[in-house]
Structures are given as C-alpha cells and as structure tokens.
Design a protein around this ligand. Structure first.
Ligand SMILES: [Zn+2]
Ligand SMILES: [Zn+2]
Length: 358
C-alpha cells in the first residue's frame, strides 16, 4: 500500500482502515477501497478522526441495518494530497475537513436553497450510505478518503489540527441551532448534558454572547462548565433545579440522547421559548402539548448544518479561539475508547491519531 495514492479516475485504491465486521464484533484493522479521484474530487490524507457516539450506534446496527464490514467516522481532518482537474475550491497541501455528509442530490428545493443537509432525497452520509454512483460510503477511521470538493471544508490554521476534527459533527450540530434561534447578547441559553456536544454548545453559545447555564445530571463537571463560559450550572438530579429555574430560558439545547421529562424542561422556558433536541433517544419522546400552550413554546429538532454554515462555524471557532477538549488516542485503542464513550468516561471527545494506522 503506497503512502501517497496515485489513482487515475476510475481506478480504485486500497487503504488502511478500522472496520466493524458485524454488529456484535469489536472493530478490527482492515482495508477498504476508495474510488479514484474524479475531476471534481479531492483526495484527502486523513490526519485525525473524531469519535462520535453516532459511530457506535451505527456500527452496532442500532439505528437500522448497515452494510458490513463498515468503517465509521464523520469528524475528519487531513491534508489535500491530490485534486481533480476541475477542482477550484481546494489545492494540494490545504488543511481540510469532512463532516457527516459527502453528497446530496443538488436539485431539490432544499439543496437549491443551500441546505443540503436537509436534501429531500436524503443527503449521502459519510459512512454506510449509498453514494450517487452506487457505491457504499466508508468513513474517517481510515488513512485516506476521496470526497467531492463541494463537501470539503477549509480548516483555519488558528484551530489546532487534532482539535478541529470534533467540530465537523459536534461543533456544527450545536452551532446551527444556536445560530438559527439567535443565541446572542440578552438571550438566556441552557445546555442540557455536558458531553462531546454539550461542552461545545457551552463554548459556542458563550462566544455568541448569550448567558449560558448548564443542566447536567450532577455537579461533577461544574468547574469545567464555568471555565468553558457558562455562568451558571445546575444538577438535574435535584428537583429544586426545576423550581429555581422556572420560566428562565429563551432557548434550551438538549444534547442528551436518553429520554427526558419534557414537561419539566419545557417549564424552564419563558414566553416564545424553544427547546431544540440534537440528541436522539431511540424511543419517541412524550411531549405534553398543554405545556407548550402556557408560554407559546416550540419543541424543535435540528440536524447538523449546511456546508456553508459548517464553514462559517469553523471560521467562527478560529476567530473566537474555540476548540473542543480532546483525548488523543492511537488506532489500537478505539475499542476501549468506544466502551468509555458508552459510560461517558471522556472529557470530552476522543480523537484518533490516524498516523498510527499507516
Ligand atoms: Zn457525529
Ligand atoms: Zn437535494
């Protein structure tokens, strides 16, 4: 396997990867095939890949059937190693990133409106999706990836390389709803959960100028939360929290993927407040509709962000010195890291050093 891939269009290259052989087995070192570099494609030599909770759900078939063997990973940063003849947005040597999607139909109303994450025909996910050419996409726990230039982001120099990866999923997933619902000066924002998503939501909302409160199960990460920019921190295991904070917030970002007591959380919103869920429990949530009437509340969802907005988010993070807190691991430690993600034993995101996979 050559370190630098020279792959004329149509020629498939084999690269090192970490793959799930089935839903039940641990990840193994393996190889996967990458398509040749087409005229609008960019070949990326991957340097770092973040570990997202979704990777585990997907690899274990918990969100529906997936093709095996499957290589996951949708928080990818690396350097452009080759650019197709028609590529204008990126050049060899550029620091770039890839997030949760690598293609979309480009024709539907949402794609034409620049919101390809909401492609009406379904965006092509970075792994486990059937791409427009009929091949199955494979993710970032690998040494190289070939991606259409339109779905490749520029990673500003001001963001430390290894810390940039989690911004591509966790960062945009929290930035997009904060921006859409106008987190900023004069707004009170609560972030539910202080994990990979939550800790970035706190940093970003604070940088936008909002007054940020963390609602976490315990006060165990209070010191961190305040250091990340929150001005207040409460334990949701304490019922007094829900009394003390009644009708306080304009916006609640829920990053927890377990069911929550919707009536209790909606009670924390003030007039015209919105609770946005970006964490997804597998079961439907029970929303007592009467609790929406009281303050003309909204219960909403949000899915990642567009490519343009993801670029905006990266530039915003560079400008404000925002980066996730990470634990860098080698390729041999991913199974162990996944177990620790499942018990929330990470502050706050694992990132795989892909050089250890070459
Ligand atoms: Zn993710
Ligand atoms: Zn579309």
């Amino acid at each position: 396997m050559s370190d630098r891939l020279q792959s004329p269009e149509g020629i498939i290259a084999t690269v090192n990867a970490i793959a799930a052989p089935s839903a039940a087995e641990p990840l193994v070192r393996s190889t996967i095939e990458r398509r040749g570099v087409g005229p609008r494609d960019v070949l990326i030599e991957i340097r770092y890949a973040g570990i997202c909770h979704s990777d585990i759900h997907a690899a274990r078939g918990e969100w529906g059937p997936v093709p095996y063997p499957l290589t996951v990973g949708h928080e990818i940063v690396g350097v452009v190693a080759e650019a197709g003849a028609e590529v204008t947005r990126h050049a060899v040597g550029d620091r770039v990133g890839v997030g949760c999607m690598v293609n979309s139909c480009r024709e539907c109303a949402n794609c034409r409106a620049g919101m390809e994450q909401y492609c009406l025909k379904g965006n092509t996910q970075t792994y486990g999706s059937v791409d427009r050419d009929g091949t199955v996409t494979q993710g970032g726990y690998s040494t190289h990836v070939v991606v259409d230039q339109d779905f490749v982001l520029r990673v500003p120099e001001a963001i430390p390389y290894e810390k940039a990866a989690p911004l591509l999923c966790a960062g945009i997933t929290t930035y997009s709803p904060l921006a859409h619902w106008n987190a900023g000066p004069g707004k009170k924002v609560a972030v539910v959960g202080m994990g990979g998503l939550g800790h970035l939501a706190v940093k970003i909302a604070a940088a936008m100028g909002a007054e940020v409160t963390v609602l976490s199960q315990t006060l165990g990460k209070k010191g961190d939360g305040l250091a990340f920019g929150a001005t207040d921190y409460h334990a949701t295991s304490d019922p007094a929290t829900f009394e003390a904070l009644k009708h306080t917030f304009d916006l609640i970002i829920n990053t927890v993927s377990a069911p929550i007591d919707m009536a209790a959380y909606l009670g924390l919103l003030r007039l015209d407040g919105t609770l946005v869920s970006v964490g997804a429990p597998p079961q439907p949530l029970a929303v007592p509709v009467f609790s929406l009437f009281a303050n003309r509340l909204s219960f909403a969802g949000s899915g990642i962000g567009s490519i343009a907005e993801t670029q905006q988010m990266l530039d915003f993070c560079a400008e404000h010195g925002i980066a996730p807190e990470i634990e860098l691991i080698d390729a041999g430690s991913v199974n162990e890291a996944w177990e620790r993600v499942l018990t929330s034993d990470v502050r706050y995101r694992f990132v795989i050093d892909i050089d250890t996979l070459r």
